[in-house]
Design a binder for this molecule. Structure first.
Ligand code: MTE
Ligand code: MOS
Length: 670
């Protein structure tokens, strides 16, 4: 019945006739640059003396990179339901990473105050950044229609409409010049990087700021100039996507490093290592980022050593060279690339969170926190924290729906900081409760706090043991509150948006991936043959969830850079708006040989929740190793044709893109 109604609604919507005049449009980045069409002002970051250092560098090269966008392809599309309440109040169920923003937008669209609008989200069927700013549109339409009709209204778009209407990962172009020494160490770098923001700013300012902050990836850039243009085009407004602009900056530097290696005839891994940040304890320094934050927790050398050995990188490099020398059509490629990713929202204000924890008199616990669940396992991690603090088994702790009326003024669940922020807030609430329970026990049983312990659903009171629920009933009878809020704000961080300097990140997460690909040089098709990953999550809160995030993130990153192609026609219409034409990776794209390991015995040196590290976004950038491996395979064709440079490879490296790169090697050799 319901689906028949939704179909009828869709058919009715199609009957609407929209009349408009076609005006000249700016559709791509180069056209926007030519027309100086920007949605927000250009930002420039300069450190050291890039011009002088460039002139003095023994080697120089110039290049360009084109990098495509990405559709989020959350399995559940955008959806919202609005239910009118008393006195004009509105309850909205929304598939959103940002219930508070939906609350504000719905209130604005209805002319209500925030206290009249409640937004709830039990879980999303995936968000990936696509439900940070975009859900408000659907929630507001549902709420306006619910107000007009006085009835509950559900708003759900189908896949094609969702893909056409909503913002995606920003695509970028970049032009650069780099100066380097005989070891491939970068002495100066000048980069122009421009993104397609679409017709309004949306989250483009922070996304592009993060691109600037991640253009270094793991590499020390002593003299550097980054000019970041935020292009206005007549296409949909682009938005957050896992990595939030960081991956795009990192692909630029990874491509530059590979070009340096090709020019000098060095192994790209050696050039990477020559450019790694220093560890900070040496006199040579080399450990302050271009935005002024010291890198105090650098573990890249250690984990690169480990992966280089466990993946047998050097021997495989030799074997691949030998294979390529005798294989005319299929070429293999190998790349071991690092990830360094800053954790915290760049904008300091968002790095705060709240929680609300209740203990009921049957000994069960209900946790509410400001984070949302989208498949990353945040609810499980927060429940684990509360269970640990109260010494309870997991089945006693339930996490309730995220609800703006329970925890107010929340930040989006984004920037990978969900468990860092909400885990700490929930811990604070649980500790307050535990301290109340312990204080009661000390007074009632004349015990020292040391002799009271909460463990395995029991309370140890000196020599006596009570069930948690019996004890809690006593505490209730003594008229002591069994409910508490908790609050957390990230320490140490600050950021000046105007000068692009500060310490925006509490710490960095690291990882390394080694990918091997096979490329068919006649068809341009590629296959990921093997991947070995070593990823840093500090002390893992939940290894199963963390491994899941690493595998999923890696494959989503590889998909972005190899097969997921967004294609607009000359009128600015997106033509790849369904899985038939937009190819996300599937289970069959997972390589037959794969190892995914967590870095062991390296707790976070900062005081995060149980010394863990954020894991949501960083693994996506492990996928860059796949693009660089394809470039390595293309490079073997270039080398065989006597070229001393790497031809450009447009990402995504679809068969067409790979073939174009290969053809350009052959053309040059003639
Ligand atoms: N994992 C799943 N399964 N689904 C998602 O939508 N979103 C990613 C990442 N992992 C996502 C995911 C993004 S973009 C972010 S910012 C983080 O999860 C958000 O959650 P966290 O902060 O709790 O890690
Ligand atoms: Mo993630 S892009 O910060 O939602």
């Amino acid at each position: 019945m319901l689906s028949a109604d939704a179909e009828a609604a869709r058919r009715a919507a199609k009957l609407a006739k929209v009349e408009y005049e076609e005006l000249p449009a700016i559709l791509d980045i180069r056209s926007a640059l030519a027309a100086q069409s920007f949605v927000i002002p250009t930002q420039t970051l300069r450190r050291g003396s890039p011009t002088e250092a460039m002139a003095e560098a023994p080697h120089r090269l110039k290049g360009s990179l084109e990098l495509g966008g990405q559709e989020h392809f959350y399995l559940e599309g955008h959806i919202a339901a609005a239910v009118p309440g008393e006195d004009g109040a509105m309850l909205v169920y929304s598939s959103t990473q940002h219930p508070t923003e939906v609350q504000h937008k719905v209130a604005e669209s209805l002319g209500l105050h925030a206290n009249a609008v409640t937004v709830q989200c039990r879980r999303m069927g995936g968000g990936f950044g696509g439900k940070e700013s975009q859900p408000a549109l659907f929630a507001c339409v549902a709420a306006i229609l619910a107000t007009k009709t006085g009835k509950a209204v559900k708003m759900r778009v189908d896949r094609d409409a969702d893909m056409i209407m909503t913002g995606k990962r920003h695509d970028y172009v970049s032009d650069y010049e780099v100066g380097f020494d005989d070891h491939g160490r970068i002495q100066s770098l000048r980069v122009m990087i421009a993104s397609r923001c679409g017709y309004s700013a949306d989250l483009s300012a922070p996304v592009n700021d993060r691109t600037i902050c991640h253009l270094d990836n793991g590499y020390y850039l002593e003299n550097v100039e980054i000019v970041s243009h935020r292009c206005k085009t007549h296409t949909v407004s682009n938005t957050a996507f896992r990595g939030f602009g960081g991956p795009q900056g990192m692909v630029v530097i990874e491509n530059i490093v590979d070009e340096i290696a090709a020019t000098l005839g060095l192994d790209p891994l050696d050039v990477r290592r020559a450019n790694y940040y220093g560890t900070g304890n040496e006199n040579e320094g080399r450990n302050v980022t271009h935005y002024g934050q010291p890198v105090e927790d650098n573990i890249l050398d250690a984990i690169t050593d480990q992966l280089e050995a466990s993946s047998d990188y050097r021997a495989r490099r030799k074997a691949i060279d030998a294979f390529n020398a005798q294989s005319p059509v299929v070429k293999r490629g190998l790349a071991l690339t690092p990830v360094k990713f800053g954790i915290s929202f760049n904008a300091t204000i968002y790095n705060q969170a709240g929680a609300l924890v209740h203990i009921y008199t049957d000994g069960t616990v209900l946790v509410n926190h400001g984070g949302t669940e989208m498949g990353q396992g945040l609810y499980t991690k927060v429940a684990q924290v509360v269970a640990t603090e109260l010494g309870l088994p997991m089945d006693r702790v339930r996490v309730s729906t995220t609800d703006t009326s329970k925890v107010p003024n929340t930040s989006a669940t984004a920037a990978s900081s969900g468990s860092d922020l909400n885990g700490k807030a929930a811990q604070a609430a649980a500790v307050t409760l535990r301290e109340r329970l312990v204080a009661y026990a000390c007074e009632r049983y004349q015990l020292d706090a040391r002799d009271v312990r909460l463990e395995n659903g029991k309370v140890l009171l000196g020599t006596e043991t009570k069930e948690f629920e019996a004890f809690v009933r006593e505490v209730y009878a003594a008229r002591i509150s069994l409910s508490s809020t908790g609050y957390y704000r990230t320490p140490k961080i600050h950021w000046d948006r105007a000068t692009l300097t500060g310490r925006p990140f509490f710490y960095f997460s690291y990882g390394v991936a080694c990918s091997e690909v096979a490329v068919d040089t006649l068809s341009g098709e590629t296959r990921l043959v093997q991947v070995d990953i070593l990823h840093d999550v500090g002390t893992s809160l939940n290894p199963a969830l963390d491994i899941g995030q690493i595998e999923g993130g890696f494959l989503q990153g590889a998909g972005w850079l190899t097969s997921e192609e967004l294609w607009w026609n000359g009128r600015g219409e997106l033509k790849t708006h369904a899985p038939s034409t937009y190819k996300i990776p599937t289970a069959r794209d997972w390589p037959l040989k794969a190892t995914v390991k967590l870095v062991e015995n390296m707790p976070n040196r900062e005081d995060t929740i149980y010394r863990s590290k954020a894991v949501g976004e960083p693994p996506l950038m492990l996928g860059i190793s796949v693009l660089q491996a394809i470039r390595d395979a293309v490079g073997s064709v270039a080398k065989a044709n006597g070229m001393k440079t790497l031809p450009p490879l447009v990402a995504p490296a679809t068969p067409e893109s790979v073939l174009r790169a290969i053809e350009s090697c052959k053309a040059k050799s003639k």
